[in-house]
Design a protein. Structure first.
Length: 456
C-alpha cells in the first residue's frame, strides 16, 4: 500500500501522484491531508517547496468528488493566491493531480485579457484558482458566482497581505457562503495573519512543518562586503571564478533587476530579469529559459521569485539584501533543498550592514562579513546612476490600489495588483553571447531535471 493511500487518498489520486514519481508524502502532506479529508479547517505554516500545493490540492479534489452536488455544475472550490505565477502553478497541480478525476479547473489572474477567462468560467469549472484583484473584477461583471463555494484555500496568505491584498481578500470573503471549509497556508504567522485566521477559521487543525529555514545546515551562507558601485563587477568575477550555473540573483527593485541583467549580458553571461512589470509571456519565457538551461543567471525581485517553482538551486546570490529579514530566509530557501547542499552569497554594501544585523536577529546567529581581494570596500557610496531606472524607462507612478508607488519603493514597488502593473518598460536582457566562463564559447547546459514545472 502506498504511503499516500495510507493518508486516505483515493486510487485515482494515488495514481496521479505516483505518475509524478512521488513515493513518500512530505511532512506537510502527511499532516494536512487527513484532517482536510475530514472537512476540518486548517492553518498551515509551510513555505513553497514543502509540497504544500499537493497538501491541499489532493484532499480538496477528493472532497469534491466524494460529495457530489445536485443541479448544474458550479464553482465549488476557490484557491486564492498572490501572484499569477503561483496561480498558474497551482492550476497546473490541480490538473496533474486531478488527471484521473472528472473535475475542471479554471485559472484567472490579471495582466491578460478578461474575455478568455470569462469564456473559461462559462465552462463551469468546479475549481477556480485566482488572484484576488482579477477575481473581484470578474465577480463584479457577474462572470463568476462564488455563493456556493464549499472550500476556500488562501495560499501564501502572508504574501497576499504583504502585497496589500487584505481589502480584496475581505471583499472576496464577503461573496462566499458562511458555511465552508477554509484552508490557510502561510510561510509565517505574524499577527496580521493570525487576525485574518481568527475571523476565518473554525477550530482549525494547526500544522507547522519545519521552516525550510534551510539556513541551519544545508545552505552555506557567505556575506561579502563590497562597495555598492562594484557589485556588478564582483558578481561577474564570482561567476567566472566559481562557474555557477544556474544561479538565481536577487535584487531589490525591478529597475535594479533589469540593469543588472543588461550588465551581465554585456559581459557575456546569459541573463534574464524577471519581475512584476513584465508581461506574463516575457516572464514565462525567461523562466523557461532558466529551467531548460539557456539562461544561466535569472535576476529576480523577491515578489517575482516568490511564485516561481524554481527551488532546489545550487546557488543563490543576494545582489542586494532585502529590507525584510524574512525575505532573506525565503530567498536562501531556494537552495539546498531536499538534503542537497546549497550555497547563498550576499553582497553587502556599507549601507546594508544594518540589514545583516536584522538577518542575524532572525537566524539567531552571528554572520561574519568577508572581504575579497581586489574588492575590499573603500566606503565610496554607489554612483547616483545606480539607483534609478534608465532614462525613458520610468514606470507610470501610483498605479494599483494600495500599491506603493515610485521607483524608490524598497520592496520594488510590486504592490500593484496583479495584472494591473504592466508596462512596456524593462525589455528583457536577452543573452546572445558567451557565458562568463572565459572560454568565449556559448555554453548550453543540460536540461535540469527536477527544477519544477513550467509556470504556465
Ligand atoms: P510546493 O511546496 O507545493 O511548491 O512543492 C514543491 C515541489 O515539490 C513541487 O515541484 C512538487 O511537484 C514537489 N512535490 C510535491 N509533493 C512531493 C512529494 N511527495 N515527493 C516529492 N516531490 C513532491
Amino acid at each position: 500500500m502506498s504511503a499516500f493511500q495510507d493518508l486516505g487518498l483515493r486510487a485515482e489520486l494515488v495514481r496521479a501522484v505516483s505518475e509524478q514519481g512521488y513515493t513518500t508524502p512530505t511532512p506537510v502532506q502527511t499532516a494536512a491531508i487527513p484532517p482536510v479529508l475530514e472537512g476540518r479547517d486548517l492553518m498551515a505554516a509551510a513555505q513553497t517547496g514543502t509540497g504544500k500545493t499537493a497538501g491541499f490540492t489532493l484532499p480538496l479534489l477528493q472532497r469534491l468528488v466524494e460529495t457530489p452536488v445536485d443541479g448544474p455544475r458550479r464553482v465549488r472550490a476557490l484557491v486564492l493566491v498572490p501572484t499569477r505565477e503561483l496561480a498558474a502553478q497551482v492550476a497546473e497541480s490541480v490538473r496533474v493531480y486531478g488527471a484521473h478525476l472528472p473535475l475542471r479547473c479554471a485559472l484567472v489572474f490579471g495582466g491578460v485579457g478578461l474575455n478568455p477567462q470569462i469564456a473559461e468560467l462559462k465552462r463551469a469549472p468546479e475549481i477556480l484558482v485566482a488572484t484576488p484583484g482579477r477575481l473581484l473584477d470578474l465577480a463584479a461583471r457577474r462572470a463568476v458566482d462564488l455563493s456556493r463555494i464549499e472550500v476556500l484555500v488562501l495560499d501564501e496568505a502572508d504574501r497576499m497581505l504583504d502585497m496589500g491584498f487584505i481589502h480584496d481578500i475581505r471583499k472576496v470573503l464577503a461573496l462566499l457562503p458562511k458555511r465552508r471549509q477554509n484552508l490557510l497556508f502561510s510561510a509565517t504567522f505574524a499577527d496580521e495573519i493570525r487576525n485574518l485566521a481568527e475571523g476565518l477559521l473554525d477550530r482549525p487543525v494547526q500544522v507547522e512543518v519545519a521552516r525550510r529555514n534551510a539556513t541551519a545546515d544545508t545552505v552555506a551562507q557567505r556575506f561579502v562586503e563590497v562597495d555598492a558601485g562594484r557589485k556588478p563587477e564582483l558578481l561577474i568575477h564570482l561567476l567566472e571564478e566559481n562557474g555557477w550555473d544556474p544561479v538565481l540573483v536577487f535584487t531589490r527593485t525591478k529597475h535594479g533587476a533589469n540593469r543588472l541583467a543588461q550588465k551581465l549580458v554585456k559581459a557575456g553571461v546569459e541573463a534574464e530579469a524577471i519581475h512584476g512589470n513584465k508581461s506574463q509571456n516575457a516572464r514565462t519565457r525567461a523562466l523557461e529559459g532558466f529551467k531548460d538551461g539557456r539562461v544561466r543567471v535569472l535576476v529576480a525581485t523577491d515578489i517575482a521569485a516568490r511564485g516561481l517553482d524554481i527551488d532546489g538551486l545550487p546557488q543563490v546570490v543576494n545582489f542586494e539584501l532585502p529590507n525584510v529579514p524574512e525575505d532573506y530566509v525565503h530567498r536562501i530557501g531556494r537552495t539546498g533543498r531536499a538534503g542537497a547542499t546549497g550555497s547563498a552569497l550576499s553582497l553587502v554594501s556599507a549601507d546594508e550592514r544594518k540589514l545583516v544585523r536584522g538577518i542575524e536577529r532572525v537566524l539567531k546567529r552571528q554572520l561574519p562579513l568577508e572581504r575579497l581581494d581586489g574588492f575590499v570596500p573603500t566606503g565610496r557610496p554607489a554612483p547616483v546612476e545606480d539607483d534609478r531606472p534608465p532614462r525613458g524607462a520610468r514606470p507610470p507612478q501610483g498605479r494599483g490600489r494600495g500599491a506603493p508607488s515610485g521607483n524608490r519603493d524598497p520592496r520594488g514597488g510590486q504592490g500593484n495588483r496583479q495584472g494591473q502593473g504592466r508596462s512596456a518598460q524593462g525589455s528583457s536582457a536577452r543573452a546572445s553571447s558567451a557565458s562568463a566562463g572565459g572560454t568565449g564559447a556559448p555554453r548550453r547546459r543540460r536540461r535540469r531535471g527536477g527544477a519544477g514545472r513550467a509556470a504556465a
